[in-house]
Design a binder for this molecule. Structure first.
Ligand code: FES
Length: 267
């Protein structure tokens, strides 16, 4: 009896090549590996650096340190109090970062991206996967992907906090109004975070899921149609928001460390 499985199982046609695709189907997978690796390495290094995350003069706080709740956080940056121990292995934003990580990790788009690129399950349409068995997300640990909706609620709250940080940054250290390139980048980042969060499949379901009759729920229907439109661009927002997160963090790090000065328009 043959022990071949998957596309090599006996009922399947025997082909002399691993795939009949002759396009460059592997390009998106390589780009995904490169993009996600850059973000994960950058974010990990930054989160554990524990410095240059706050610009006192312009109230810029990087999202990687928000909310800053460690006893090691500088005074101005700790908008919500300091109540976790200062330790080299505990991120200053230890309350939000794990949930944001899990929100992205369980995201429907990122699942597709890393299942294809890292897990090769399968690498692309009409390209056989190396795994002998396929159990989908029906058993541990992948069945935990189903709790994505709860991470959505938590990420929603963190995005509100990021918005609060962005608004605070319009106030300079002397209490006046200020506007610099840092503010512009913070605003762009918050807009992208909202677009990513609101275009989430779980958000779409929260708005319009389980409704039997749209005409009886005109407000929810209207919001569902808007979110459905955003949802079609979820992948785009997923990537752009990763980029703006790194951009705003890098800019604030460079200003905070004195490597560059903020380009000021007002204040
Ligand atoms: Fe991507 Fe929810 S599906 S964040």
């Amino acid at each position: 009896m043959s022990t071949d499985t998957g596309v090599h199982a006996p009922p399947r046609a025997r082909l002399p090549v691993s795939t009949l695709r002759n396009d460059r189907w592997w390009v998106p997978q390589v780009l995904t590996i490169a993009g996600l690796s850059v973000f994960v390495i950058y974010a990990t290094v930054r989160v554990f650096l524990q410095q240059n995350y706050w610009v006192e003069e312009y109230h810029y706080l990087t999202p990687f340190y928000s909310p800053c709740i460690s006893t090691g956080c500088v005074d101005g940056a700790a908008h919500f109090g300091r109540f976790i121990p200062d330790h080299a292995l505990i991120p200053y934003a230890a309350l939000s970062l794990p949930f944001l990580l899990l929100f992205r990790l369980t995201c429907y788009y990122y699942r597709k991206a890393y299942y294809r690129s890292f897990w090769l399950s399968p690498p692309a349409c009409a390209v056989p996967e190396p795994h002998a068995r396929y159990t989908g997300e029906t058993r541990f640990p992948l069945i935990l992907q189903n709790i994505h909706r709860y991470f959505f609620y938590l990420a929603f709250v963190v995005t509100i906090i990021n918005t609060y940080d962005m608004l605070l940054a319009f106030q300079t250290a002397d209490g006046g109004f200020g506007l610099g390139l840092g503010n512009v980048i913070l605003v762009v980042n918050v807009v992208m975070l909202w677009l990513y969060t609101l275009s989430c499949h779980s958000c779409r379901h929260v708005m319009g899921g389980r409704l039997k009759n749209f005409s009886k729920h005109p407000v929810r229907y209207r919001m569902w149609t808007r979110i459905s439109a955003l949802n079609t661009r979820h992948m785009e927002f997923a990537w752009i928001s990763l980029g703006t997160l790194m951009l705003v963090d890098l800019y604030i790090m460079l200003v905070a460390s004195g490597t560059i000065t903020d380009l000021r328009f007002i204040g």
